[in-house]
Ligand binder design. Structure first.
Ligand code: SF4
Length: 349
């Protein structure tokens, strides 16, 4: 049984709360502030989409939650509070990556799926052995009962002939089937939270749609929350309730999925959305792209890190002072000096 920390508190509906999480990497070129003060929360049963370009820090943040950071990572503060269904509240940031408490949380209370299933699946054990072992470790079932549950899980994730599939090895499965096996493993102990790190990026469009449908179905059936990490706004529209947009190690905007798409407040979110083709509207039209490149992670610009690429940047302000988060009455929040003025200008268009 995990021990409770009486010093911690968090609203009852909250499952996960990150507060000012910082993860840095010393490199020969300089210090990479991969995650630079990230705060977000996930409520029970909610799907939070985290969107950002490669290098924005979204996966490293997920690894900090799972306590799976690379050995050379330096956590420079912040807290990661997590309360699973069983009610105990933990600060995950205080737990070592190989501690007993973390091993119990990982697998039992938080499941994770990746872009490449072989990151989670062992090539030398059958699918069944891997799922059965996890179930036995956390659920105290005998081998017979655990095998029965494993077979039911494979059936739940849409595997044909689940009994037979238990004895297959990952290399014997197609990409989509491997993804389903990884999902079965991740949900094998009925977790409160599933972290999905670009799980559909390597799949063809049809398989991607099937896996998204499966995740939505499982989320509704099991009542688990999902943190869905992606660079693809289209995927977020399909699955998320709320969205957090990341740029260079920070969250620049959070909003409900409708507000993100219909009333984005941060210039970076607007630019990302403007670069997505709309069916039937943008055919044959040249789409705007975000000017410039994402800067090197060890030479992040001063002030607002988006200022060299931002069409609204004001010299003397944006290149000097890092913006605070501006919170709107509907709960939407944007880290921009001019978020309010831009929203007012939109209202008059
Ligand atoms: Fe653009 Fe300035 Fe807002 Fe940054 S703070 S997003 S540079 S307007």
């Amino acid at each position: 049984m995990l021990k409770m920390n009486p010093q911690l508190s968090m609203p009852a509906e909250r499952l996960l709360e990150l507060d000012d999480v910082k993860v840095h990497f010393p490199t020969r070129e300089g210090l990479v502030k991969a995650v630079n003060g990230v705060s977000y929360h996930v409520d029970r049963g909610e799907v939070l989409g985290i969107v950002g370009e490669s290098g924005s820090g979204k996966s490293i943040t997920a690894r900090a939650i799972m306590r799976l950071l690379p050995r050379n990572a330096r956590e420079e503060g912040g807290s990661i509070r997590f309360r699973p269904r069983t009610g105990e509240l933990h600060d995950l940031s205080a737990l070592g990556r190989d501690s007993r408490a973390v091993r119990q949380i990982r697998g039992q209370h938080i499941g994770m799926i990746f872009q490449e299933p072989m990151t989670a699946l062992s090539p030398v054990h059958s699918i069944g052995d891997q799922i059965i072992r996890t179930i036995q470790l956390h659920m105290k079932l005998d081998r017979h009962a655990a095998r029965k549950r494993a077979s039911e899980l494979l059936s739940k994730v849409g595997m044909p002939r689940p009994e037979q599939m238990l004895d297959n090895y990952p290399h014997q499965l197609s990409g989509g089937m491997r993804q389903r096996a990884m999902i079965a493993l991740a949900i094998s102990c009925d977790p409160s939270l599933l972290i999905a790190d670009e799980p559909t990026t390597a799949l063809d469009v049809t398989t991607e749609a099937q896996i998204l449908e499966l995740l939505k179905h499982l989320q509704a059936e099991l009542g688990m929350a999902i943190v869905f990490i992606t660079h693809n706004f289209g995927v977020v529209a399909d699955i998320a309730d709320r969205v957090a947009v990341m740029y260079l190690g920070r969250i620049v905007e959070t909003a409900s999925v409708d507000d993100i798409f219909y009333a984005p407040k941060h210039p970076y979110t607007r630019a990302l959305l403007n670069s997505i083709p709309r069916l039937g509207v943008d055919q044959g039209r040249r789409l705007p792209t975000i000017p410039g490149m994402v800067p090197d992670p060890y030479s992040v610009p001063n002030g607002c890190s988006f200022h060299p690429r931002c069409g609204y940047s004001v010299a003397g302000t944006c290149d000097v002072t890092a913006p605070e988060q501006h919170r709107f009455p509907n709960g939407q929040a944007a880290r921009c000096h001019f978020a309010e003025q831009l929203a007012e200008a939109d209202a008059h268009v």
